[in-house]
Design a protein around this ligand. Structure first.
Ligand code: BV8
Length: 246
């Protein structure tokens, strides 16, 4: 006896999925949870490294105080990512770039899993863990191209010290990244917010911009977030289980 697929999406969402041309998806750590990447929050606790909450170790202040320490933190996370694969949620989102005429993927994740799943032109609001940037000449390099000196990669162009090419707390986002995301959000008909606790700004303002522009905003998350009340629809569940049903 065929069990009916639980119709998760409302009529309105089904209609929007059928008619929307401009679609924006914002993702957070939750979209990578089913790949085995730990989230930062959830279950009431915040990620801690060597006794420091991640918002402290991943901060501009820490970079100034202890560059090798910051590299150790990101080396640790990169080692864990090396054996991780994109999950069904990443794959569905990658397929959506063919499904919708004008599709924009905005992520807070630095884990590169969207790109590994086939997503192109991903707007990385917070950078990428597989890249480094020179303090002196600002050149970006893939980490695998670099040699380490005193636990800190050295720039192959100018010999300067390199830093992780990620946005730390208290730092500005990459030039143009937020502006491009906000522009897409301001003229989309449908905006999905997948796997984010929606507390870090300015990323969390993207669905607010979409809502203010009249878009239908849908949250996909097993837990409620500060954004849930603003959404037109909340699909409660894991991204890898919910997205394939849409
Ligand atoms: C800036 C890279 C200008 C490094 C990151 C306005 C109000 C208040 C504060 C501020 C504000 N404006 C600026 C600030 C300060 C700060 C900020 O937002 N602080 C927060 C903590 C209040 N913002 C900044 O500093 C930003 N810069 O604003 O510059 C400026 C400068 C100085 C002063 C003022 C302004 C830069 C922020 C970027 C920092 N870098 N990442 C690294 O990775 O270490 S942020 C990092 O944390 C992530 O990228 C992400 O953004 C955030 C974590 O959030 P999530 O991804 O949502 O993950 P989380 O674990 O929290 O939640 C997971 C969710 O998934 C949960 O809801 C869970 O239920 C759900 N889930 C779990 N499993 C699943 C699932 N969902 C679906 N499926 C599942 N299977």
């Amino acid at each position: 006896m065929l069990t009916a697929t639980p119709t998760l999406a409302s009529e309105r969402l089904v209609e929007r999925l059928a008619t929307a041309k401009h679609v924006v998806v914002l993702t957070g750590a939750g979209v990578s949870a089913e790949s085995g990447v730990p989230t930062f929050r959830g279950g009431g606790s915040t990620a801690v490294w060597r006794g420091l909450p991640f918002e402290v170790i991943s901060s501009a202040g820490m970079l100034a105080r202890d560059l090798p320490g910051v590299w150790e933190w990101f080396n640790f996370r990169r080692e864990r990512l090396a054996s991780v694969q994109p999950n069904r949620a990443h794959k569905v989102i990658a397929a959506w770039q063919e499904r919708f005429a004008d599709f924009t993927l905005v992520t807070q994740n630095i884990d590169n899993l969207h790109q590994q799943a086939g997503s192109r032109a991903v707007i990385e609001l917070h950078g990428n863990i597989w890249r480094a940037r020179c303090f002196d000449c600002e050149t970006r390099h893939e980490l695998r191209e670099l040699r380490m000196a005193h636990d800190v990669p050295v720039c192959i162009d100018c010999g300067g010290n390199m830093r992780p090419d990620v946005v730390l707390f208290g730092e500005m986002l990459p030039p143009g990244a937020f502006e491009r995301a906000a522009a897409a959000a301001s003229h989309c008909e449908l905006c999905f917010v997948v796997g984010t606790s929606a507390v870090v700004y300015p990323a969390a303002s993207i669905p607010e911009i979409a809502r203010a522009a009249g878009a239908y905003v849908v949250e996909v998350n097993p837990e409620r977030t500060p954004l849930s009340d603003l959404c037109d629809e909340v699909l409660t569940g894991k991204a890898g289980e919910v997205l394939p049903l849409l």
